[in-house]
Design a protein around this ligand. Structure first.
Ligand code: NZQ
Ligand code: ZN
Length: 386
């Protein structure tokens, strides 16, 4: 096992009607900027619950943060934070609203001239403005981690950012919010969280059986809960297990002491930036070709995954590994998610070259758990996913 230091300061308030507790979690006398997305919270009762809980605070609202949070929109919110002397940010939404809020928490205290540099120069944030979240869509784990991904539509770019100053102070997880989520977004949440676990697990054996079993148990729970939550989003038991699995998939716990990959996400972000494909679906497009292309270096873990998660008992290590990949693709299909790029766009030819050129221009060091994947490898993997 590798050395590690682990600190996750986010307080979780999980369960029915926890939104009421907002009033005691936000510091007294705070001037709050409440951030939300395109309006789902106004249709499902979340807005009313939050407004009621915030009654004793001075609150300014900023709605309209789009899916794949957009830099230009966030810069409008940054002006409000400065002009109104906001002291606390409250994100009410899914990963996009929470990530947008993290960008604002960083940008509000950033001393440079151009907040875009935080993204493009990958500047880590050690101190951000304090913020809390009310999660409305389980998927990203953003409610309990310190990362964010921000898009700039103008240049078709999507960059990650983060740092220890960007953990939420608290996050409220009420599984009852899931009942209004459209099927497509529930499927996205299942596929995204599943892939988060794979990115931190599908590497090479690192003598970390506890981390392996944490990861496998999250995968098994997501597989078990998927049909129930897709059938009935108001099934509270399914909703609560789905929600907590998504948080646990990316709150830092399972990656301690083990190598991680994240190449599927790196390539997937480019597909969102270029074609606007939902984040989770880009991962389903890349996963099979990435694992197939890297079969040799990943086959031990792929075989272990096939055995323990999919109960594959027959065959050599390599045959089991291939069965693990096949089961993964079938799982995405069972969620109604298509797994090749040409099923999402007719304009797919040349994508592999565009992405590998972008990586080269950005001076990317190698991708993957060994840091050895070159832009040329990326080109082949993306091509295999057409
Ligand atoms: O905008 P509104 O109207 O609120 O509608 C949203 C949005 O259209 C809707 N929605 C959310 N909660 C709902 C609901 N509709 C009905 N009922 C509810 N309770 O769902 C749509 C998608 O929301 P979004 O926040 O975009 O989805 P998700 O949570 O999947 O977030 C995706 C973003 O997170 C980034 C992705 O790249 C993408 O930009 N990620 C963030 C990560 C992180 N911070 O750790 C890791 C991930 O790998 C990912 O990259
Ligand atoms: Zn993801």
């Amino acid at each position: 096992m590798n050395n590690f230091q682990y600190k996750n300061p986010t307080k979780i308030l999980f369960g029915k009607d926890q939104i009421e507790n907002l009033s005691t979690e936000i510091p007294e006398n705070a001037k709050v900027l409440m951030l939300f997305g395109g309006g789902s919270i106004k249709k499902n009762g979340v807005y009313e619950q939050v407004s009621k809980a915030l009654a004793k605070f001075e609150v300014i609202e900023f709605g309209g943060i789009p899916a794949n949070p957009e830099y230009e929109v966030l810069m409008e919110a940054l002006d409000i934070i400065k002009a109104e002397n906001i002291t606390f940010l409250l994100a009410v939404g899914g990963g996009s609203v929470i990530d947008g809020t993290k960008f604002l928490a960083a940008a509000a205290l950033y001393e440079g001239n151009e907040p875009w540099d935080i993204l493009v120069k990958n500047i880590r944030t050690f101190k951000g403005m304090p913020f809390g979240t009310v999660l409305t869509l389980p998927a990203t784990g953003s409610e309990m981690n310190s990362g964010a991904v921000i898009t700039r539509a103008e240049t078709k770019e999507k960059f990650a950012m983060g740092g220890p100053g960007l953990f939420p102070v608290f996050s409220i997880l009420d599984p009852q919010v899931i009942k209004s989520i459209p099927q497509r977004q529930i499927a996205n949440g299942l596929a995204d969280s599943f892939t988060h676990v794979l990115e931190q697990y599908m590497t090479y054996p690192a003598n970390a059986p506890l981390q392996d079993r944490f990861a496998e148990s999250i995968l098994q729970t997501i597989i078990e809960v998927a049909p129930a939550i897709l059938k009935d989003a108001s099934d509270y038991n399914a909703a609560s297990n789905f929600m907590w699995s998504c948080t646990m998939a990316l709150n830092g716990l399972i990656q301690q002491g083990v190598p991680s990959d994240w190449a599927v996400h790196a390539m997937g972000h480019e597909l969102t930036a270029l074609f606007g494909i939902d984040h989770a679906r880009t991962l389903a497009i890349i996963a099979e070709s990435h694992y197939t292309y890297n079969l040799e270096s990943k086959k031990d873990k792929l075989a272990q995954y096939a055995e323990r998660v999919w109960n594959v008992t027959e065959g050599t290590t390599e045959e089991k590994a291939i069965a693990g990949i096949k089961n993964t693709t079938e799982f995405f299909h069972s969620l109604g998610i298509k797994t090749t790029l040409s099923e999402y766009t007719e304009d797919y030819k040349g994508t592999a070259q565009i992405i590998s050129k972008r990586f080269e221009e950005r001076g990317w060091k190698g991708l993957g758990e060994h840091g050895k994947l070159t832009p040329a490898d990326v080109e082949k993997i993306v091509e295999m996913s057409y």
